[in-house]
Write a protein that binds this ligand. Structure first.
Ligand code: ATP
Ligand code: MG
Ligand code: MG
Length: 554
């Protein structure tokens, strides 16, 4: 944690501790349970929980708060997934789990307090009328004919709203601020509306619900949040946040600070759009490995640490921009290069026969588990007369500088012998069906003999000992950098080839991989044993996390 770069928010927090303005720091991560968390949320999680962790010595903490004040969109399934994803990302809210819906009585009391101060009124204009009298950037708004109602009448009408005497849209409660304020947000914003909806937590206890802009500062105050960190869109809402804190009977005075949200190219991030992908069946679910959700990234094999490193690298600023998804892929490779054990798998197999290796003969050769971690040693891999190699590692008629297999050429079998290509077979369509080679005895772990030009090593799997595996290769879900801006909508630019399933031959050790274990298939990329479908010892199913190099530009 001490390696964390500082930023303008951390500087403010450090200054507030130094000056004694706060004795400790309390942040919160406040998702609305209306979808699964995505990589954008990871930025906010790493920021809020990260700050709490860095300031643990002063008793700092970060609350996980479900912002569940809107009964129409929220589902209990999402609460569960959000908890799971925050924990997976490596953060712990401890005792500090809250539901904003537990504060409905408090919000209501604050609204009543505003009415009593003459700072709120019941407006019976239609939603349309309210919208149309808001004014514009250059023109002030028009006061509602109900704006100057007396306190008693407002209290009575608000009580009747609560009692269910109004239908939806017939009455709202508005803050009484300034219809001519230059900031449109301050032109008497609506703070309560009628909604005859069942709420997952409070059932049918309420038929009026607070607006987000009113509830959020009160939630923060109720929990004694010191620094309420949100994305830049809320900057123009800050004066109202401060107004609510100033005029309501609150136990603490939180401060809102805005930072730039994360946007990634080739990605859509809004929960509404992600829900569309799920509902319309463009992906297999919220955790489809092509989704930018945390559960999708997890199933794709992206380590939580790589996401944390990525969030740290992009940092916290005040400037909106688009981050290249290649940067996330860089962090994934950087992490996995050090951590992932190497294994051999052949995804597009062609048979290779060692014609001078006796039938029935076999031997074990030692292949290093991870050149980045010599302490992990090596494993024994069975070598036999018949092998599978990658179809693209052989060329009948190679260009110059092709260092793999071709008639007359030499190549090394990873961990094994140097072999010499003596011939090949083709079928009637011209496809290579078999490659014939001779192995050079006494070349395991030794340099090539005099006169033998061997410049590459290829991976292989014994045809006798190899295990059959289903391997899913993923590509970007969208074909354009900015799917949100596509003329036909983001669904029109889905990549039809974002998923390819191949039947591979893999070395037997991969059968023993546990679900969620990540390995490098040598020379191909990083692959994870699927969290749900891979069955250890019985049914190997792997997902490609990321290729070794950027496959998109290849
Ligand atoms: P979406 O717009 O994707 O529906 P949201 O902002 O409505 O997301 P919330 O559940 O309200 O989703 O978000 C919880 C927290 O996560 C908020 O504090 C919000 O600022 C933060 N957050 C959401 N998206 C991003 C993002 N792309 N980058 C950084 N923070 C984000
Ligand atoms: Mg939201
Ligand atoms: Mg949103």
């Amino acid at each position: 944690a001490s390696s964390t770069k500082s930023d303008f928010i951390r500087e403010i927090i450090a200054a507030d501790l130094a000056s004694g303005k706060h004795e400790t720091t309390v942040t919160r991560f406040p998702p609305e349970p209306n979808g699964y968390l995505h990589i954008g949320h990871a930025k906010a999680i790493c920021l809020n929980f990260g700050i709490a962790r860095e300031n643990a010595a002063s008793g700092a903490r970060c609350h996980l708060r479900f912002d569940d004040t809107n009964p129409s969109k929220e589902e209990v399934e999402y609460v569960q997934s959000i908890k799971e994803d925050v924990a997976w990302l490596g953060f712990d809210w401890g005792e500090n789990l809250f539901f904003a819906s537990d504060y409905f009585e408090f919000f209501h009391d604050c609204a009543v307090a505003l009415i009593e101060k003459g700072l709120a009124y019941v407006d019976q204009q239609s939603a349309e009328e309210i919208k149309n009298t808001r004014g514009t950037l250059t023109e002030p708004g028009k006061a509602s004919p109900f704006r100057d109602r007396g306190v008693t009448e407002n209290l009575e009408l608000f009580a009747r709203m609560r009692a269910g005497e109004f239908k939806e849209g017939e009455a709202v409660l508005r803050a009484k601020i300034d219809m001519a304020a230059p900031n449109v947000v301050m032109r008497d914003p609506v703070i309560y509306r009628v909604m005859h909806a069942h709420h997952h937590n409070t059932g049918d206890a309420w038929c009026i619900y607070p607006m987000y802009d009113f509830a959020h500062p009160l939630e923060d105050a109720k929990e004694h949040i010191t620094h309420s960190l949100c994305t830049l869109e809320f900057e123009i809402h800050r004066p109202f946040y401060d107004w609510v804190i100033e005029h309501c009977p609150v136990p603490a005075k939180p401060r809102q600070i805005e930072f730039a949200r994360l946007n990634l190219n080739y990605t859509v991030m809004s929960k509404r759009k992600l829900l569309t992908l799920v509902k319309e069946g463009h992906v297999s679910g919220w955790d489809d490995p092509r989704m930018p959700t945390l559960s999708g990234l997890r199933r794709r094999g992206v380590p939580a640490a790589a996401i944390r490193n990525f969030c740290e690298r992009i940092g916290i600023t005040k400037f909106n921009g688009v981050t290249d998804v290649a940067l996330l892929e860089f962090e994934i490779r950087d992490y996995l290069n050090k951590e992932a054990p190497r294994r051999m798998a052949v995804l597009d197999p062609v048979k290779l026969v060692l014609t001078n290796y006796d039938e029935g003969r076999s031997e074990e050769v030692a292949v290093p588990n991870n050149p980045e971690k010599p302490e992990e040693g090596s494993r024994q891999v069975k070598l036999t007369r018949e092998l599978w190699i990658e179809r693209e590692d052989f060329m009948e008629d190679p260009p110059k500088k092709f260092f793999r297999l071709f008639p007359g050429g030499y190549v090394r079998l990873r961990g094994g012998y140097i072999i010499h290509c003596t011939g090949f077979q083709k079928d009637e369509h011209g496809n290579i069906t078999e490659i014939e080679c001779e192995y050079l005895p006494d070349t395991i772990g030794k340099d090539a003999p005099e006169g033998v030009k061997c410049k590459a090593a290829i991976h292989w799997v014994s045809a006798e000992a190899g295990v059959h595996a289903r391997v899913r290769l993923y590509d970007r879900l969208f074909t354009v950098e900015n799917p949100d801006a596509a003329e036909g909508g983001f669904v029109s630019v889905l990549n039809p080839d974002s998923l390819q399933t191949v039947h591979a031959w893999v070395e037997p050790a991969l059968l023993e991989t546990a679900p969620e274990e990540i390995v490098q298939f040598e020379r191909l990329g990083y692959f994870v044993a699927d969290r749900h479908e891979h069955v250890r010892g019985a049914k190997p199913v792997f997902n490609r996390t990321v290729a070794l190099r950027d496959s998109w530009s290849r």
